[in-house]
Design a protein around this ligand. Structure first.
Ligand code: CO
Length: 459
């Protein structure tokens, strides 16, 4: 039996521990070494990386990708894509989705892991189709959650559907780190019995279950696990690469990784990790274990948001009530997995329901859009009373929301004119308009400064 590894230090570990604030120049030097580790893939793009590059790091995310590709030509580069949401927070029209995927692949991405927060495959259709057309390897991810409708049968059926859409592997994506060892075992087994594809397991150490869950998942036949170099592992990040390499070899599994290279990689990131702890950007608290998510069945990140909301409204005495109301709201909404943006919507609504003392007297714009069907199909039917309250006589949409969106790419390209240097710039702008605008202005100022400087040198 062989187990392969996806290294997450450049994306998920970076995102989970230091809010994706790792600039390119901090890891450039180690890329040629990482290229020799024999990872199955390196996850380095997508998720929050794109947004963070433009918003906080003053980096062109496309340029970052090309530079990584140049220095790691032998390793498959992987990105995480939120289906029809791409790397933003709303649904984009199909022409934008297609262009974005075309450019991701031509700039260096080999593997696209694609997921939808509601597991609505209609939101994955266009991105999977275009990725296959561009020759990318597509991994179809299942957003893992527990509820009366999220059964083994339902997940296996979803895996089957993803297989028929042409994906090369199925990924179980447990973003909250709440999948237990036995749940992992049973789920991998159920998927393996249903489809003929490799299974990837992705989880976080948040609740402390991850190491056990990976091992049981591997016993059930999981082929690939996501891990982070040890100094960037644990807590809200993934389990350690070196630890699993050691333990699995020890158990007799075939592992391609080169330990000497893994050590060099970790030696590079260790002082960087220490620097972030010193500056306070890496809070040691996120490196420890937090079992609250297991007690409350609420992801850790959502729990801290609830506390912040209640504190801001001077209502911490209502904490227990809000914790009881949260699963009720989730049930009314048809059991959406508690990931972005659903976790925020459910949390805000539960808090409002408790504080006002009147359930759903106030429903947010976002939640109304969800109830209308703009995010996709809810896993279970939405409560009828709530639906009436939110939409009145308006009918929910039945089709795929993106079909109602006008094409946007060519129009935006024409409007931007010279401000956009290429199609990649146009896409950056469509995803994050004010942020990209500011980035373009900074870039322009930088270029003018360089020109001025070289002219002064000639003089
Ligand atoms: Co993750």
């Amino acid at each position: 039996m062989k187990v392969s590894f996806t290294e997450t230090v450049l994306r998920d570990a970076n995102q989970s521990l230091i809010a994706t604030r790792l600039p390119y120049d901090k890891f450039e030097k180690i890329l040629p070494t990482m290229d020799k580790a024999h990872y199955y893939s390196v996850e380095c793009w997508g998720g929050a990386v794109f947004d963070s590059c433009l918003r906080y790091l003053n980096e062109d995310p496309w340029e970052r990708l090309r530079k990584i590709k140049d220095r790691m030509p032998n390793t498959k580069l992987q990105m995480l894509l939120r289906g029809q949401n791409l790397l933003g927070y709303k649904h984009y029209p199909d022409d934008v989705v297609r262009k974005f995927i075309e450019k991701s692949v031509s700039n260096g991405i080999d593997i696209i892991r694609v997921f939808d927060a509601l597991n609505d495959t209609r939101n994955l259709k266009v991105s999977i189709d275009e990725a296959l057309k561009r020759g990318a390897i597509v991994s179809g991810a299942i957003s893992y959650t527990t509820s009366p409708v999220h059964t083994l049968e339902a997940f296996a059926k979803l895996a089957k559907e993803l297989e028929s859409m042409g994906v090369a592997s199925i990924c179980i994506k447990d973003m909250a780190g709440v999948m237990s060892p036995s749940e992992g075992y049973d789920l991998v087994k159920a998927i393996k019995e249903t489809v003929k594809l490799p299974v990837v397991v992705h989880t976080h150490c948040t609740t402390g279950l991850a190491y056990l869950t990976y091992l049981k998942s591997i016993e059930a036949g999981a082929d690939i696990i996501d891990t982070a170099t040890s100094c960037f592992s644990g807590g809200t990040s993934q389990p350690a690469t070196e630890t699993f390499c050691y333990a699995l070899k020890n158990l007799g599994y075939e592992v391609d990784l080169d330990e000497k290279v893994l050590k060099e990689v970790n030696d590079h990131f260790m002082p960087i990790r220490d620097e972030y702890i010193k500056s306070g950007q890496l809070d040691p608290k996120v490196l420890t274990t937090d079992t609250n998510a297991l007690n409350y069945k609420i992801p850790g990140g959502m729990l801290s948001n609830l506390v912040a909301q209640l504190k801001a409204q001077n209502a911490m005495d209502k904490f227990e009530q809000v914790l009881l109301e949260t699963p009720e709201v989730r049930k009314d909404l048809g059991y959406p997995p508690l990931v972005t943006p659903m976790s925020q919507m459910v949390g805000v609504q539960a808090t409002a329901n408790v504080i006002s003392g009147q359930r759903y007297s106030n429903i947010s714009k976002e939640l109304k859009a969800y109830i209308r069907g703009e995010y996709g199909k809810a896993p279970a039917p939405i409560d009828k009373e709530l639906m009436k309250k939110a939409l009145g006589i308006e009918k929910p949409i039945t089709g795929r929301y993106a079909e109602s969106l006008e094409p946007l790419f060519e129009k935006t390209k024409a409007t931007l004119g010279d401000t956009a240097h290429n199609d990649e710039d146009v896409l950056s702008y469509i995803l994050f308009p004010p942020v990209a605008e500011k980035f373009f202005a900074n870039r322009q100022a930088r270029e003018e400064k360089i020109v001025k400087y070289s002219i002064s040198q000639i003089k």
